[in-house]
Design a protein around this ligand. Sequence first.
Ligand SMILES: *Cc1c(COP(=O)(O)O)cnc(C)c1O
Length: 408
Amino acid sequence: MMTRPTWFDTSLEGSLLEHISPADEQGYFVYHLDALKKHLAELQQQDVIKLWFAVKANPLSKIIQVLDNEGFDFDVASSGELTQVLAQGISPDRVLNTGPAKSKQQLESFVKQGVKTFVVESLNQLQWLNEVTIAQKVVTKPIVLLRVQLQWPDGEKNPLGGNSLTPFGLSVSEWQQVQVSDYPALDICGLHIFQWGNMLNNEKMYALWGQMVAPLTQLAKDLGMKLKILDLGGGLGIDYLEKGHSLSWQQIIDDLADIKAQAGVEELWLELGRFAVAECGYYVVPVVDRKVNYEQEQLVLAAGINHIIRPAITEQPFPVTLLRTSTEREQNFDLHGPLCTSMDKLGHLALPQDVEVDDSLVFGFCGAYGFTESMPFFLCHQLAAEYIFENGELIEIRAAQPASTYLA
Ligand SMILES: *Cc1c(COP(=O)(O)O)cnc(C)c1O
């Protein structure tokens, strides 16, 4: 007998069952905004951490508006994200710009549009931001955080478990070429570090943050910087694999109050992506075919990684449930999408034995890294529709679009 998983908010169930739309037969997203508001309000019940929303997790207008109402500011990493945030009526002084690919032109355009806070990731970015600030005679100095990438000797003490080199920020020794007094147009007063992902254990998270404090405070000293702001990025985890692991937000607040004191900073920032929005989102998709192949039960779905690619690139499936009740026992199915590549697989997951063609499946935690992280153009399928669920009602924000709307 199937039980509803804890991630599924059953207040949605009736609306999803009633939602019969030929246009959505290739799958659609739903974001439960009432649940999102409640969750975000809980995250704001503290005065230890300033919270930003990492827009890349879900740039839908309605999602941004809810985050705005709940007092989040916005971390944008491209011109497109900035335009989308400003289009929601959000003031540019509530925008933080991160990302490794900031050209001088982009920095100039961001400064012109009123952005005042930058995470700088290279020596060029620092130089260019200083130059465009002077050229544009900006009155208040932009607030600048330098993004640091740490490495540890290999072995048990390595808190990251490995040292993979990324383009995000610079090593301590590269930053040591800088003296903040060389950039008079900028208020260089913070450090940013974020090089972990989907953390699900409070002790591990605290130990990791704790090991960052000494190298970062030392670097600030070396650069002649009064360290006012420490930004620890995102990476707070979601229990995609349904192992019963989850972070305690209260523990994070307590731990970060401690880190804040150790680092001696006035402000501690996080830019939350998945931890803010993943659990409000669902992806609903019909079953197109069912077959047994070499004794493995297979379901073929109307869409797969063309709408939600994350399982294929992380090997973490989104959890799934059947959108109707069933009294049958569960068994494991391979869940495949329609693309003609073996990459198009959404997982090997348990569903009731009587799942059949034309049933719909609901995937959970799809509020982050869903629609905009996918590869929608391959094989000329439809773009997925996006709905919100608010005050008990399902409302379409983006209609599904056939390939004829984007093919040239
Ligand atoms: C992606 C990103 C985040 C959010 O990451 P999550 O794991 O979704 O919390 C935060 N900060 C920066 C700079 C990012 O690139």
